[in-house]
Design a protein around this ligand. Structure first.
Ligand SMILES: [Zn+2]
Length: 297
Protein backbone atom coordinates (compact mmCIF):
# COMPACT_ATOMS: atom_id res chain seq x y z
CA UNK A 1 0.00 0.00 0.00
CA UNK A 2 1.31 3.44 -0.88
CA UNK A 3 0.31 6.88 0.38
CA UNK A 4 0.65 10.19 -1.44
CA UNK A 5 2.61 12.85 0.40
CA UNK A 6 5.12 15.62 -0.19
CA UNK A 7 7.55 17.21 2.28
CA UNK A 8 6.62 20.45 0.49
CA UNK A 9 3.17 20.33 2.18
CA UNK A 10 4.95 21.91 5.10
CA UNK A 11 4.78 25.66 4.54
CA UNK A 12 6.57 27.85 7.05
CA UNK A 13 5.74 31.41 6.04
CA UNK A 14 2.18 32.60 5.64
CA UNK A 15 0.54 29.53 7.16
CA UNK A 16 0.71 30.43 10.86
CA UNK A 17 -2.90 29.52 11.69
CA UNK A 18 -2.76 26.16 9.98
CA UNK A 19 -0.32 23.63 11.45
CA UNK A 20 1.38 22.16 8.37
CA UNK A 21 3.92 20.24 10.48
CA UNK A 22 1.17 17.70 11.06
CA UNK A 23 1.64 16.31 7.55
CA UNK A 24 5.30 15.46 8.17
CA UNK A 25 4.47 14.06 11.62
CA UNK A 26 1.71 11.85 10.19
CA UNK A 27 3.95 10.63 7.35
CA UNK A 28 6.70 9.83 9.86
CA UNK A 29 4.29 7.85 12.07
CA UNK A 30 3.04 5.81 9.10
CA UNK A 31 6.58 5.01 8.04
CA UNK A 32 7.69 4.17 11.58
CA UNK A 33 4.73 1.79 12.04
CA UNK A 34 5.57 0.03 8.79
CA UNK A 35 1.88 0.34 7.90
CA UNK A 36 2.56 1.01 4.23
CA UNK A 37 5.03 -1.78 3.56
CA UNK A 38 7.61 -1.42 0.79
CA UNK A 39 5.44 0.82 -1.43
CA UNK A 40 5.79 3.63 1.11
CA UNK A 41 5.28 7.31 0.52
CA UNK A 42 5.07 8.66 -3.03
CA UNK A 43 5.21 12.31 -4.10
CA UNK A 44 2.64 13.88 -6.43
CA UNK A 45 3.68 16.05 -9.40
CA UNK A 46 2.44 19.59 -9.85
CA UNK A 47 -0.88 19.47 -11.74
CA UNK A 48 -1.40 21.48 -14.91
CA UNK A 49 -3.75 24.46 -14.69
CA UNK A 50 -6.28 22.54 -16.79
CA UNK A 51 -6.90 20.22 -13.83
CA UNK A 52 -7.46 23.10 -11.40
CA UNK A 53 -9.80 24.76 -13.91
CA UNK A 54 -12.21 21.84 -13.65
CA UNK A 55 -13.33 23.23 -10.27
CA UNK A 56 -12.11 26.83 -10.22
CA UNK A 57 -12.49 29.99 -12.27
CA UNK A 58 -9.60 31.15 -14.48
CA UNK A 59 -9.25 34.25 -12.28
CA UNK A 60 -8.89 32.20 -9.09
CA UNK A 61 -6.51 29.67 -10.66
CA UNK A 62 -4.37 32.61 -11.81
CA UNK A 63 -4.26 34.01 -8.29
CA UNK A 64 -3.64 30.62 -6.68
CA UNK A 65 -0.71 29.99 -9.03
CA UNK A 66 0.82 33.47 -9.37
CA UNK A 67 -0.48 35.52 -6.46
CA UNK A 68 -2.19 38.90 -6.55
CA UNK A 69 -4.86 38.12 -3.98
CA UNK A 70 -6.52 41.14 -2.38
CA UNK A 71 -6.18 41.76 1.35
CA UNK A 72 -9.81 40.69 1.77
CA UNK A 73 -9.16 37.46 -0.14
CA UNK A 74 -6.16 36.64 2.05
CA UNK A 75 -8.17 37.46 5.18
CA UNK A 76 -10.95 35.05 4.13
CA UNK A 77 -8.34 32.42 3.36
CA UNK A 78 -6.57 33.02 6.69
CA UNK A 79 -3.32 32.42 4.81
CA UNK A 80 -0.81 34.70 3.11
CA UNK A 81 -0.04 33.74 -0.46
CA UNK A 82 3.58 32.82 -1.17
CA UNK A 83 5.20 30.72 -3.93
CA UNK A 84 5.73 27.93 -1.35
CA UNK A 85 2.10 28.03 -0.27
CA UNK A 86 0.94 27.88 -3.88
CA UNK A 87 3.14 24.87 -4.64
CA UNK A 88 2.00 23.06 -1.48
CA UNK A 89 -1.69 23.50 -2.26
CA UNK A 90 -1.31 22.58 -5.94
CA UNK A 91 0.68 19.44 -5.08
CA UNK A 92 -2.00 18.62 -2.55
CA UNK A 93 -4.71 18.88 -5.20
CA UNK A 94 -2.78 16.36 -7.30
CA UNK A 95 -2.23 14.09 -4.30
CA UNK A 96 -5.96 13.63 -3.79
CA UNK A 97 -6.47 12.89 -7.49
CA UNK A 98 -3.69 10.27 -7.34
CA UNK A 99 -5.27 8.70 -4.24
CA UNK A 100 -8.57 8.50 -6.13
CA UNK A 101 -6.86 6.75 -9.05
CA UNK A 102 -5.33 4.25 -6.57
CA UNK A 103 -8.77 3.68 -5.06
CA UNK A 104 -10.32 2.99 -8.47
CA UNK A 105 -7.54 0.49 -9.19
CA UNK A 106 -7.32 -1.32 -5.85
CA UNK A 107 -10.20 -0.28 -3.58
CA UNK A 108 -8.32 2.12 -1.31
CA UNK A 109 -6.26 5.27 -1.95
CA UNK A 110 -4.39 7.21 0.72
CA UNK A 111 -3.37 10.86 0.87
CA UNK A 112 -1.36 12.24 3.77
CA UNK A 113 -2.91 15.63 3.05
CA UNK A 114 -5.91 17.13 1.29
CA UNK A 115 -9.49 17.77 2.29
CA UNK A 116 -9.53 21.51 1.48
CA UNK A 117 -13.31 21.64 1.61
CA UNK A 118 -13.73 25.38 2.24
CA UNK A 119 -12.32 26.47 -1.16
CA UNK A 120 -15.01 27.76 -3.54
CA UNK A 121 -14.83 28.03 -7.34
CA UNK A 122 -13.76 31.68 -7.31
CA UNK A 123 -12.22 32.17 -3.87
CA UNK A 124 -10.49 30.51 -0.97
CA UNK A 125 -11.66 30.35 2.62
CA UNK A 126 -10.62 28.87 5.97
CA UNK A 127 -7.06 27.72 5.06
CA UNK A 128 -8.29 26.23 1.77
CA UNK A 129 -6.86 27.68 -1.44
CA UNK A 130 -7.88 24.97 -3.91
CA UNK A 131 -10.60 22.36 -3.44
CA UNK A 132 -8.73 19.09 -4.01
CA UNK A 133 -11.90 17.03 -3.41
CA UNK A 134 -13.93 18.76 -6.12
CA UNK A 135 -10.97 18.93 -8.51
CA UNK A 136 -10.36 15.18 -8.24
CA UNK A 137 -13.97 14.19 -8.88
CA UNK A 138 -14.43 16.66 -11.75
CA UNK A 139 -11.21 15.50 -13.45
CA UNK A 140 -12.20 11.83 -13.13
CA UNK A 141 -15.70 12.61 -14.38
CA UNK A 142 -14.34 14.50 -17.39
CA UNK A 143 -12.02 11.58 -18.17
CA UNK A 144 -14.97 9.19 -18.02
CA UNK A 145 -13.39 7.22 -15.15
CA UNK A 146 -16.51 7.65 -12.99
CA UNK A 147 -20.11 8.49 -13.82
CA UNK A 148 -21.27 8.77 -10.20
CA UNK A 149 -19.00 9.71 -7.30
CA UNK A 150 -19.35 11.16 -3.82
CA UNK A 151 -17.56 13.24 -1.24
CA UNK A 152 -18.16 12.01 2.31
CA UNK A 153 -17.06 14.83 4.61
CA UNK A 154 -16.87 14.12 8.35
CA UNK A 155 -14.71 17.09 9.32
CA UNK A 156 -16.26 19.00 12.25
CA UNK A 157 -16.81 21.96 9.86
CA UNK A 158 -19.29 21.85 7.01
CA UNK A 159 -17.88 21.16 3.54
CA UNK A 160 -19.25 24.43 2.20
CA UNK A 161 -16.87 24.94 -0.74
CA UNK A 162 -17.26 21.36 -1.97
CA UNK A 163 -21.05 21.58 -1.70
CA UNK A 164 -21.05 24.83 -3.66
CA UNK A 165 -18.71 23.65 -6.45
CA UNK A 166 -20.36 20.26 -6.95
CA UNK A 167 -23.98 21.46 -6.69
CA UNK A 168 -25.82 20.61 -9.90
CA UNK A 169 -22.91 18.59 -11.34
CA UNK A 170 -24.53 15.47 -12.70
CA UNK A 171 -23.60 12.29 -10.84
CA UNK A 172 -21.49 14.05 -8.20
CA UNK A 173 -22.98 14.04 -4.71
CA UNK A 174 -21.90 15.37 -1.33
CA UNK A 175 -22.45 14.25 2.27
CA UNK A 176 -21.44 16.48 5.17
CA UNK A 177 -21.92 15.62 8.84
CA UNK A 178 -20.59 18.44 11.00
CA UNK A 179 -21.13 20.59 14.09
CA UNK A 180 -23.94 23.01 13.31
CA UNK A 181 -22.94 25.97 15.51
CA UNK A 182 -19.41 26.35 14.10
CA UNK A 183 -17.81 28.12 11.14
CA UNK A 184 -18.97 28.38 8.39
CA UNK A 185 -21.84 30.38 9.79
CA UNK A 186 -23.61 30.30 6.46
CA UNK A 187 -23.88 26.67 5.33
CA UNK A 188 -24.13 25.64 1.69
CA UNK A 189 -26.51 22.87 0.63
CA UNK A 190 -24.80 19.50 0.25
CA UNK A 191 -26.76 16.60 -1.22
CA UNK A 192 -27.14 15.48 2.42
CA UNK A 193 -26.26 17.67 5.42
CA UNK A 194 -26.41 16.58 9.04
CA UNK A 195 -25.70 19.38 11.51
CA UNK A 196 -24.99 18.04 15.00
CA UNK A 197 -25.04 19.88 18.34
CA UNK A 198 -21.87 20.45 20.37
CA UNK A 199 -21.11 17.61 22.78
CA UNK A 200 -22.74 14.89 20.64
CA UNK A 201 -20.26 12.21 21.77
CA UNK A 202 -19.35 8.75 20.41
CA UNK A 203 -22.55 6.74 20.83
CA UNK A 204 -24.99 9.22 19.32
CA UNK A 205 -22.54 10.26 16.59
CA UNK A 206 -21.89 6.69 15.44
CA UNK A 207 -25.58 5.77 15.44
CA UNK A 208 -26.52 8.77 13.30
CA UNK A 209 -23.58 8.21 10.95
CA UNK A 210 -24.46 4.56 10.36
CA UNK A 211 -28.08 5.39 9.50
CA UNK A 212 -27.31 8.41 7.37
CA UNK A 213 -24.35 7.01 5.46
CA UNK A 214 -26.16 3.73 4.77
CA UNK A 215 -29.01 5.72 3.22
CA UNK A 216 -26.61 7.95 1.27
CA UNK A 217 -24.64 5.03 -0.19
CA UNK A 218 -27.89 3.66 -1.64
CA UNK A 219 -27.25 6.27 -4.36
CA UNK A 220 -24.49 3.91 -5.50
CA UNK A 221 -21.46 6.10 -6.05
CA UNK A 222 -18.61 4.38 -7.90
CA UNK A 223 -16.04 6.20 -5.76
CA UNK A 224 -16.05 7.93 -2.38
CA UNK A 225 -13.54 10.64 -1.48
CA UNK A 226 -13.46 10.70 2.29
CA UNK A 227 -12.64 13.95 4.11
CA UNK A 228 -11.64 12.45 7.45
CA UNK A 229 -11.04 15.59 9.52
CA UNK A 230 -10.09 14.66 13.08
CA UNK A 231 -11.32 17.96 14.54
CA UNK A 232 -14.29 15.92 15.82
CA UNK A 233 -11.91 14.71 18.57
CA UNK A 234 -12.66 15.84 22.14
CA UNK A 235 -9.21 17.47 22.48
CA UNK A 236 -9.53 19.60 19.36
CA UNK A 237 -9.09 23.34 19.81
CA UNK A 238 -11.76 24.28 17.24
CA UNK A 239 -14.28 21.44 17.34
CA UNK A 240 -16.77 20.49 20.04
CA UNK A 241 -18.33 17.16 18.99
CA UNK A 242 -16.43 15.39 21.80
CA UNK A 243 -15.46 12.11 20.15
CA UNK A 244 -12.88 10.01 22.00
CA UNK A 245 -9.88 8.67 20.03
CA UNK A 246 -11.68 5.30 19.98
CA UNK A 247 -14.78 7.06 18.68
CA UNK A 248 -12.81 8.65 15.84
CA UNK A 249 -11.35 5.25 14.92
CA UNK A 250 -14.84 3.68 15.08
CA UNK A 251 -16.12 6.45 12.79
CA UNK A 252 -13.41 5.70 10.24
CA UNK A 253 -13.95 1.93 10.47
CA UNK A 254 -17.67 2.47 9.86
CA UNK A 255 -17.06 4.54 6.72
CA UNK A 256 -14.57 2.03 5.33
CA UNK A 257 -16.74 -0.97 6.23
CA UNK A 258 -19.95 0.43 4.73
CA UNK A 259 -18.12 1.31 1.51
CA UNK A 260 -16.21 -1.95 1.27
CA UNK A 261 -19.39 -4.03 1.83
CA UNK A 262 -20.93 -2.26 -1.16
CA UNK A 263 -17.84 -2.54 -3.34
CA UNK A 264 -17.27 1.22 -3.29
CA UNK A 265 -13.61 2.32 -3.51
CA UNK A 266 -12.48 4.97 -1.02
CA UNK A 267 -9.80 7.65 -1.31
CA UNK A 268 -8.88 9.14 2.07
CA UNK A 269 -7.82 12.73 2.73
CA UNK A 270 -6.84 14.12 6.14
CA UNK A 271 -8.88 17.31 6.59
CA UNK A 272 -8.79 19.37 9.77
CA UNK A 273 -7.23 18.73 13.16
CA UNK A 274 -6.06 21.35 15.64
CA UNK A 275 -4.48 20.62 19.01
CA UNK A 276 -1.94 22.05 21.41
CA UNK A 277 0.25 19.02 20.76
CA UNK A 278 0.41 18.29 17.03
CA UNK A 279 1.59 14.79 17.91
CA UNK A 280 -1.97 14.05 19.06
CA UNK A 281 -3.40 15.24 15.75
CA UNK A 282 -0.83 13.28 13.73
CA UNK A 283 -1.59 10.11 15.72
CA UNK A 284 -5.30 10.48 14.94
CA UNK A 285 -4.63 11.11 11.23
CA UNK A 286 -2.25 8.15 11.03
CA UNK A 287 -4.84 5.91 12.70
CA UNK A 288 -7.43 6.94 10.09
CA UNK A 289 -5.11 5.76 7.33
CA UNK A 290 -4.10 2.51 9.07
CA UNK A 291 -7.76 1.76 9.80
CA UNK A 292 -8.43 2.05 6.07
CA UNK A 293 -5.58 -0.34 5.33
CA UNK A 294 -6.96 -2.87 7.87
CA UNK A 295 -10.51 -2.78 6.54
CA UNK A 296 -9.49 -3.00 2.87
CA UNK A 297 -6.83 -5.69 3.39
ZN1 LIG B 1 -12.40 21.40 10.10
Amino acid sequence: MRAWYSPLYRVRAGSEGFPTEKFALTARLLSAEGALGPAGLVEPDLPPATELLRAHTPDWVGKAVSGGLSAAEEAALALKWSPELSVAHRLCARGTLEACRDALRGGLGLHVGGGSHHAFAARGEGYCLLNDLAIALLVLKAEGKVARAAVVDLDVHQGNGTASILAGREGLITFSMHQEDLYPERKEASTRDIGLPAGTGDAKYLKILEEELTAFLARRPELVVYQAGVDVWEGDLLGGLSLTPEGVAARDRLVFRLCRQRGVPVAVTLGGGYAEDLGDVAALHARTLTTGIEVFK
